[in-house]
Design a protein around this ligand. Structure first.
Ligand code: NCD
Length: 355
């Protein structure tokens, strides 16, 4: 049964001031259990497995291989609030929404909007919310911004990446890619016995953090690797995962090599890193290094890739790469997440009439 559109079941909180500068971190917000997705911790193990199972069932539709024109989210309105550059994530959410029959509206509080006339960000958001969006998909440079939005909007909030905090749908699609690669079911302990090496810049990104949380919950053995300034020992300690002394050690026996680019847009000005060629020699996934993976081991990358830096061309384009499969599975994950945000079950998405 389709839930009523535009009702959050949560009273508006008293108005808080909008966060000011990008780069700020703030954790004001309310947790509204059930339909928002601000961080991986919003999903318990059962909810995670249900969501992955729903996404898996939606893969043919996501890939464009199934029947077209599912209408489970017909009439739903999704607000796309991307305040940071994005290609695949923004379009992936948009494709996911459209494949389920929802409509997507874009907004940026910038020079082309009411911001140019002096309207505050918070007023702009309240005005948009008054138009009755079912869900808002949000990317922002400020840590905690999606959670803050939960205290401001009736629309359900889905985090598409906030600062260096979290990127929950990326971690879910990575988990789905690993399940598929190793023929595992989306059940508790799904990744038991699998070793995942997350390599590169974990410190200034959000993908690594969301994955460390999610993949561990699903039973994976995790190790991180990278220069000390990008994959620091404190991070390994904080998440209770291994820290490899070098890339070869991280990759040895790994079932999954997840490569992360250097987040140059967020590096402190005084951080000195090796040039690209030296970085590649020390920390790049090359064809020669691939031999260290476990049999059947696969390569993941959330994109955008910096070829010749963290990953070599022949690896990115080679048979062990699941990088484009991640993109397809990402649409399926976002379909399941949007359906959940709109209060529609995966079964309904699958059963709904083809037009
Ligand atoms: C990631 C992000 O934006 O955090 N990209 C993505 O969503 N596919 C990773 C990155 O930018 O390196």
């Amino acid at each position: 049964m389709r839930a009523a559109v535009g009702t959050s079941g949560v009273d508006f909180q008293s108005v808080q001031s909008a966060p000011s500068a990008v780069g700020a971190s703030f954790a004001v917000g309310v947790r509204r259990p059930g339909r928002d997705l601000c961080e991986i911790g919003d999903l318990d193990l059962d909810a995670t497995c249900e969501l992955l199972a729903a996404a898996r069932a939606l893969v043919p539709l996501a890939a464009g291989d199934g029947p077209r024109g599912r209408v489970a989210l017909r009439g739903a309105l999704i607000l796309s609030l991307f305040n940071e550059p994005s290609t695949r994530t923004r379009l992936s959410f948009e494709v996911a929404a459209r494949r389920l029959g929802a409509q997507v509206v874009d907004f940026q509080h910038d020079g082309a909007s009411s911001a140019a006339k002096g309207e505050t960000e918070l007023d702009a958001l309240h005005n948009l919310d008054a138009m009755g969006f079912d869900a808002a998909v949000v990317r922002d440079g400020r840590d905690g911004y999606p959670l803050w939005l939960c205290s401001q909007l009736r629309a359900r909030v889905v985090n598409a990446g906030d600062g260096v905090h979290e990127h929950p749908t990326q971690a879910l699609l990575d988990a789905l890619t690993i399940l598929e690669a190793f023929g595992r079911e989306p059940v508790p302990g799904a990744l038991d016995g699998l070793r995942v090496a997350i390599c590169g810049d974990l410190r200034h990104g959000r993908v690594g953090r969301s994955n460390l949380r999610l993949l561990r919950t699903l039973g994976a053995e995790l190790v991180i690797a990278g220069p000390g300034s990008l994959a620091p020992a404190e991070l390994a300690r904080e998440f209770g995962v291994g820290l490899a002394p070098d890339l070869d050690a991280a990759l040895t026996g790994a079932h999954v090599a997840m490569m992360l680019r250097i987040q140059r847009e967020r590096l402190p000005a005084d951080l000195r890193l090796p040039d690209d060629a030296s970085y590649h020699a020390a920390w790049g996934l090359t064809q020669a290094r691939l031999g260290r993976l476990a049999p059947g081991g696969v390569v993941l990358h959330p994109g955008p890739m910096n070829r010749g830096v963290e990953i070599a061309d022949e690896v990115a384009d080679g048979p062990r790469s699941r990088i484009l499969r991640q993109v397809t599975l990402g649409v399926a994950v976002r379909m399941a997440v949007l359906a959940r945000a709109c209060g529609v079950s995966a079964e309904t998405c699958l059963k709904e009439q083809v037009v």
